[in-house]
Write a protein that binds this ligand. Sequence first.
Ligand code: CP3
Length: 345
Amino acid sequence: MTTRTPDKLLLRALRREPVERPPVWLMRQAGRYLPEYRAVRAQAGGFLQMVRDPELAAEVTLQPVRRFHTDGAILFSDILLPLEAMGMPLEFDEGGPNLPRPLRTRADVDALAASDPRTSLAYVGEALRRVRAGLPEDVALLGFAGAPFTLATYAVEGGTSKSFLELKKLLYREPETLEALLARLAEMVTAHLLFQAECGAEALVLFDTWAGTLTREDYRRFAEPWTRRIIAAVAPRAPLVVFAGQGEHLLEIQLALGAHGVAVDHRTSLAHAFELARGRCALQGNFDPGALLLPPAEVARRTRALLDSVRGVPGHVLNVGHGVLPPTDPESVAAFVATAREFRA
Ligand code: CP3
């Protein structure tokens, strides 16, 4: 039932075909910086209520597309929902996600439920179908999932962490237990991404937000094999972009993973990343989300400078290096998107 429309600008850029201008979307383009998002959230009562209601999830997915006319719409959802589907209670409070029953032992890992996303995450599929129906025909719909390593950090720590103490304990003292967990997560993530493609996602993003906390050597053992497995299973169905937060030391490895696209952190020079990529994949990025706190005219100037630095290079998808920050002025995001739309390669 998937209708592939390879003519959309974003999909063409991911395939490194010639484009008249770079496509643009933003990580966390739906969210608290938008007054229309805050209104829906207040009505729904909370983040998870919005995510689990396909009508509300579709509405907030479409909000930034309507306001800015981005070339991509990323489904409003969260990377932690598959953990919930595997039996881990999940809450969101003001401090972020909370998983009150973290996994610490091999027995905990073995007790995770086998879960078919077609049933346990059916609301995600329904939200995708609704977005697809309401989307302008030139805008591509993106699905996503967390990469196994990043999901493991949440499952083991029980939330967001600064030191990753529990995860590192497991990694160094009981690496086989961590590998058993990563195997279970990779299986779930693969099924979830394929399910999203079936429900109308035309491109997919794999978020490895905390991969940068690994040494290169540990990335090769605890992240790369699972990421490769996911890419091999999913990329034939829909182009896949991999993201690693603060992952400059991992860039060479990521460029060789076989993904259609690699998201580049704002700390890395985009032009340099294109040199390293040598035409193997498209690159997404990498405007500093902090610079979106500047006034619109200055955002436009800096956006043009970034686009000029890679003018004419095929396979660029303009984005931020990480998610839009809550105090961002929507007018500054509007300037960022409009600058890309007016730019001529
Ligand atoms: O617009 C979009 O980008 C699509 C929706 C989206 C959300 N989360 C919504 C969200 C996406 C793609 C994610 C992915 C996600 N979730 C990641 C990977 C990307 C990244 O940012 O590195 C991670 C690590 C999570 C886990 C997560 N969810 C955290 C740590 C938090 C709390 C931090 C925060 O910003 O509040 C969330 C909550 C969350 N997910 C919000 C949104 C819009 C904020 C919810 C709210 O309070 O309204």
